[in-house]
Design a protein. Sequence first.
Length: 95
Amino acid sequence: MIECEGCQGWYHITCLGISPAKSKQFTAEGATATFHCPRCCEQRGVNFPFEPRVTAPQIKRLPSVHKAEQHVRKVAKLRVRRQEAELLNAYTLEL
């Protein structure tokens, strides 16, 4: 997946017609190229340089750090069985 620098949406590279090798130009450490999704390119008046396989790719919105912290606090207040609590804690540690 690749993040748009304009809207911070996440997209599957295959849906956007971007090869894994080409995506590394955007995602490699120290990369100078910036990625903009088709929608942001359109808003900027720039042609999207790839041929999307999906005509209207959906944005994958990830929760902000603030929202994730709120969810973790809510989970901590839930009354759950010990086994469920261990699973929830393991999941939140992965975030």
